[in-house]
Design a protein around this ligand. Structure first.
Ligand code: ZN
Length: 379
């Protein structure tokens, strides 16, 4: 490559060309820019030549000259501006600095995208839950209720629900102080009683929760049941099911839920509601439900030892019923985290925060309630 004549890959536009365009080489000499192609040559004098940036991300450089009307040369090789002819040309200073700016900008944009991708990757790895939570918070509560009711409907047959009015009335009285203490502005909480001998309770989106008769009859005190209720209420308030569902539906949902219209994603979530029944809460969600639930008990001035006692009952039951699957989906007996770990954590919380009472006197004879429940089941 000589100092005075450089060649650059490029092309030219002109009406008479087939498709109005052809490719070739731009040859720059001290006096002219010449376009050379199979079909011939066209030359523009350096004096009076006009340059312009354009094309995708300003990567193309165009040349025009009044003496070659209708012709436009172009190249994506911006090295052409380093040619001594242009380097010295003060009229080119604007174009040159625009090129530099464009380069800098495109580099910045590239880095930004790389950064975004890295963040998304990392997000998938450790930030999925916070993102899912941010989306869940934006879902209208009516939609969440619909999802919870749809899931509940596909789980519990109507004839499995305990409908005895006396039992339900006392059951509601039992949960009232706890629900009052939470003072949720978003949810209307509803505990159902399901006729099922397993020791279980579960929470669905929107405030729908259920406790099995097996658990109610096995519990040693009202405080134990309230401990379970507090845990389930925390699952609802913290939107654990919704977060699971959003995560399941995927990244697309997360992004459109965060940045777009949530109504579209909400419809997808409703369709997927039945999957909630086969989802387990993560270790972290269980821990959070225990800790937040403990806070509810404190707020309602309910003895939190009931919660620990219930976990101990579970532990005993697990030991006795070894081999029986007690760890199914939605199960409060989830193995993660291990029951012993949960007991230890709660005991530490009680030691640090609970004090010694006196606690709220519950206006309910629990044994009498259990008797009524037993009677209702035998009807
Ligand atoms: Zn749980």
């Amino acid at each position: 490559m000589s100092e005075v004549q450089w060649k650059f890959e490029g092309g030219a536009f002109q009406e008479s060309l087939p498709n109005g365009k052809t490719s070739g080489t731009l040859v720059v000499s001290p006096v002219s820019v010449k376009f050379v192609s199979e079909d011939g040559e066209v030359e523009m004098p350096v004096t009076g030549i006009q340059t312009e940036l354009g094309g995708a991300s300003n990567r193309m450089l165009f040349f025009k000259h009044p003496e070659q009307k209708g012709w436009t040369f172009f190249t994506t090789d911006q090295g052409i501006l380093k040619h001594p002819v242009f380097a010295k040309d003060t009229r080119m200073a604007g174009t040159r600095s625009r090129v530099r700016r464009t380069r800098w900008l495109s580099r910045a944009v590239t880095f930004m995208f790389l950064g975004l991708f890295a963040a998304l990757g990392l997000g998938l790895w450790w930030g999925k839950d916070p993102m899912a939570h941010a989306v869940a918070k934006r879902i209208p509560v009516e939609m969440e209720e619909k999802i919870g009711k749809a899931a509940f409907g596909s789980h519990a047959a109507a004839n499995q629900l305990v409908k005895d009015e006396a039992v339900l009335e006392e059951f509601e009285k039992l949960s009232a102080p706890l629900i009052e203490a939470i003072g949720s502005t978003r949810y209307t909480f509803k505990f159902h009683i399901i006729e099922d001998s397993t020791l279980n309770a579960f929470a669905l989106p929107g405030g729908t929760m259920a406790i099995h008769t097996g658990l109610l009859l096995k519990a040693g005190s009202a405080e134990e049941v309230l401990g379970v209720m507090a845990h389930e209420l925390a699952h609802v308030e913290e939107q654990h099911s919704m977060r699971n569902l959003v995560e399941m539906v995927g990244l697309y949902a997360i992004l459109s839920g965060l940045f777009g219209d949530v109504s579209g994603i909400a419809a997808v979530l409703v369709n997927n509601a039945p999957y909630l029944l086969s989802m387990k809460f993560s270790r972290d969600h269980e821990r959070e439900a225990d800790a937040v639930g403990f806070g509810y008990l404190m707020k309602a001035n309910i003895n939190p030892r009931g919660m620990v006692n219930f976990f101990e009952t579970i532990q005993k039951e697990q030991a006795e019923a070894e081999g029986i699957n007690m760890n199914g989906a939605l199960s409060i007996l989830s193995t993660h985290p291990a029951t012993q770990e949960r007991i230890d954590t709660l005991n530490a919380l009680i030691k640090a925060k609970a004090g010694t009472g006196p606690y709220r006197k519950l206006g309910l004879d629990f044994e009498e309630f259990q008797g009524k429940l037993r009677d209702a089941l035998n009807k």
